[in-house]
Design a protein around this ligand. Structure first.
Ligand code: DGL
Length: 273
């Protein structure tokens, strides 16, 4: 047993709605855990920023949020921020920090053909962290990478009631399938937390518009992240004393357009950070 306040939340940080793909899995593992959902809209997109900008921003924000909200654990629910800043954030904060990194290990375990695609932001796909995951877990496979930052906007638009643009989705998928060896690709890693929110649309465009095989799997790491969080918090007691809260660094009216979606994830307070 430890002495954590039962009302202390799990903090999830992304630049926007991407954190919801992780939150959905965390709810399944820890339905009673209080959550603080943080969206750094003022900093979006992380994927187009330099490593130094992302690292400074994420470490600073998490430091201030940790002081204000006293979370028991923070999850960086963003592949870009995690692959750039996870080590540094762990050094400066005293609570457990869980990162979200591209699901290269599960993809390498699942693949039958040995060819894997990775869609992420430009910031993520160029990281040494990703090179290291590839050499540690996928050394016998071919990893095809493509930066598709425009899919972040498609996911944001969908969660505000819009319909993702099939042409934009097709262009991102084509950029993978036009690479050498892509004919055999049977796993596509959604290496940005926004992308699982448009997984069904991506799979549909791939099959219906581009003629990809239905055997191609679109995978992400959110379920594994949630299990990791539950494992780290084993023995904790949880008490949701009130509604869960979402905070944004950006324009709060823009954030309110997500109210119905946030409600469906059990969040009914929206505030400015
Ligand atoms: N959701 C973030 C990720 O997983 C990216 C969004 C952004 O570029 O701000 O990488």
């Amino acid at each position: 047993m430890n002495n954590v306040d039962p009302a202390s939340p799990i903090l999830l940080l992304d630049t926007g709605v991407g954190g919801l793909s992780v939150l959905g899995e965390v709810r399944k593992c820890l339905p009673d855990a209080p959550i603080l959902f943080a969206a750094d809209y003022a900093g979006q997109p992380y994927g187009q920023k330099t490593e130094a900008q992302v690292a400074a921003r994420v470490a600073g924000l998490l430091g201030r949020m940790t002081e204000r909200y006293r979370p028991r654990l923070a999850c960086i629910a963003c592949n870009t921020a995690s692959t750039i800043a996870l080590g540094m954030v762990r050094e400066v904060l005293e609570i457990p920090i869980v990162g979200t990194v591209p699901a290269i290990k599960p993809a390498a375990e699942n693949t039958l053909t040995g060819v894997i695609g990775l869609l992420g932001t430009a910031g993520t796909i160029r990281q040494k962290y990703v090179d290291d995951l590839e050499s540690e877990f996928a050394s016998g496979t071919t990893l095809l990478r493509h930066a598709a930052p425009e899919l972040v906007d498609e996911a944001e638009a969908k969660l505000r009631g819009g319909t993702p643009d099939r042409k934009v989705l097709a262009a991102a998928l084509n950029a993978l399938s036009e690479q050498d060896e892509a004919m055999a690709m049977d796993q596509v890693i959604l290496g940005c937390t926004h992308f699982p929110l448009i997984r069904d649309e991506l799979a549909d465009v791939a099959m219906s518009d581009l003629g990809w095989s239905p055997d191609v799997q679109f995978i992400d790491g959110a379920a594994g992240i949630a299990r990791r969080i539950a494992h780290l918090l084993e023995g904790d007691t949880f008490e949701r004393t009130g509604p869960d809260r979402a905070v944004t660094t950006g324009d709060v009216d823009h954030f309110f357009s997500l109210e119905p979606v946030l409600l469906s994830y059990g969040i009914d307070q929206i505030e400015q950070f």
